[in-house]
Design a binder for this molecule. Structure first.
Ligand SMILES: [Zn+2]
Length: 291
């Protein structure tokens, strides 16, 4: 299961060792839609990271300030961190090295990403400012073999990931190892659960077949007895009938073992009893028609 708050927490705890990666992550944080030269987020941890990353590469940043405008969630305010002085370079420059691509994506996931693990399956999306950014993100993901699809929603460009493979790929890429482990574990346990259900269903179907067959046999035996035919049958068939009546719920193997005969012999005898009962019923019907 993919839990947004846990993933955020994990991403927030990753501190890149290299300055190039810190810079790339900050540039990723700056890409959130609606930000103008600063980082705009609903999340306190993300705002704190922006301040720390900026400080670590010598860019001055204001403390996170609440801005009431633009929040779609009642009671929640966007936090804004404005950067002063020289801003980090744009994302073309940070996406050349693999380490920076990953750091950039981490920043972007924190600022523009949303994650849900609801009943409709896991879903990850990035909400971006414009089509150009969306195309660039798609290419960036593609470079790491992760497929992102694009759509428009209320004047915004959205790049979203569909399917377990793609989302696992992204989690691996941004270094969210804990989330990746949880994600894969829940996938495996879901698969095991599904397989178990299929087995149980098959088992139930088997059981239902056994019960229906036993029911048919017991009715046939009852008819043969009522017409006096049962006592006239060969010993083997009479034994089979008696054993079925003693163990009305038993399956074929159990009955065969009780009589010390093979499964197929038992099956043959029970089938014969059902056929004989049908013959007798048919003959009686024919007599009734003539009279
Ligand atoms: Zn780097």
């Amino acid at each position: 299961m993919l839990v947004a708050s846990e993933l955020r927490g994990e991403l927030a705890r990753i501190r890149p060792a290299r300055a190039c990666c810190r810079r790339a992550e900050l540039v990723g944080l700056l890409q959130s839609a609606g930000a103008d030269g600063g980082v705009r987020t609903l999340d306190h941890a993300t705002a704190r990271i922006a301040v720390q990353l900026a400080a670590s590469i010598g860019v001055a940043a204001t403390a996170p300030r609440a801005s009431a405008t633009g929040s779609h969630v009642p009671g929640r305010h966007h936090l804004k961190v404005a950067l002063e002085g020289e801003l980090p370079s744009s994302w073309e420059l940070v996406t050349t090295k693999a380490c920076d691509r990953r750091a950039f994506l981490r920043g972007l996931l924190l600022s523009a990403g949303s994650v849900s693990g609801g009943p409709g399956g896991p879903h990850v999306e990035f909400v971006l400012r414009d089509r150009r950014s969306a195309h660039k993100l798609q290419r960036l993901l593609q470079a790491s073999d992760v497929r992102g699809s694009r759509m428009q929603r209320r004047e915004r460009e959205v790049v979203y990931l569909k399917g377990q493979e793609e989302i696992a790929g992204l989690l691996r890429l941004v270094g969210a190892n804990r989330a990746l482990l949880d994600f894969e574990t829940s996938r495996v346990s879901r698969e095991v659960r599904n397989r178990l259900n299929r087995l149980l269903n098959a088992e139930e179907a088997n059981l239902a077949r056994t019960v229906r067959a036993a029911d048919r046999q017991l009715q046939a035996i009852g008819r043969l007895e009522a017409g006096g035919e049962l006592d006239l049958l060969a010993e083997g068939l009479r034994e089979a009938a008696a054993q079925r009546r003693r163990q009305p719920d038993a399956d074929l193997d159990t009955l065969a073992t009780s009589l010390g005969i093979s499964r197929s012999a038992m099956n043959h005898r029970l089938r014969r009893l059902v056929e004989l009962a049908a013959d007798v019923a048919g003959a009686r019907g024919a007599r009734a028609d003539r009279s």
